[in-house]
Write a new protein. Structure first.
Length: 115
């Protein structure tokens, strides 16, 4: 059974950092592009960052460019989102997604940026 398990969320002060992880299982990880999405209360889910299967190409939403970094370790079947200089508006549930011909979602991890 395909599984995507996010971890690393929590409460952090503005200006702080968090590193999210998404561990994948039961599919050929290297064949899938991976993405991080987020959904804040009352808002639609939005794409934050994505990375190709070989890790050579990445894309970011304008709102996080220069602050967030997506990476992957194909030996560990894991994708990461390093989040620096966090702002209150980054507060959301963060989801990872695997995409090829089909797509899979994780269950999400809460990130709260507040003083």
């Amino acid at each position: 059974q395909v599984q995507l398990m996010e971890s690393g969320g929590g409460l952090v002060q503005p200006g702080g950092s968090l590193r999210l992880s998404c561990a994948a299982s039961a599919f050929t990880f290297t064949l899938y592009a991976m993405s991080w999405y987020r959904q804040a209360p009352g808002k639609e889910r939005e794409l934050v960052a994505s990375i190709t299967g070989n890790g050579r190409s990445t894309n970011y939403a304008a709102s996080v460019k220069g602050r967030f970094t997506i990476s992957r370790d194909n030996a560990k079947n894991t994708v990461y989102l390093q989040m620096n200089s966090l702002k209150p508006e980054d507060t959301a549930v963060y989801y990872c997604k695997a995409v090829r011909f089909s797509s899979y979602w994780g269950q999400g991890t809460q990130v709260t940026v507040s003083s």
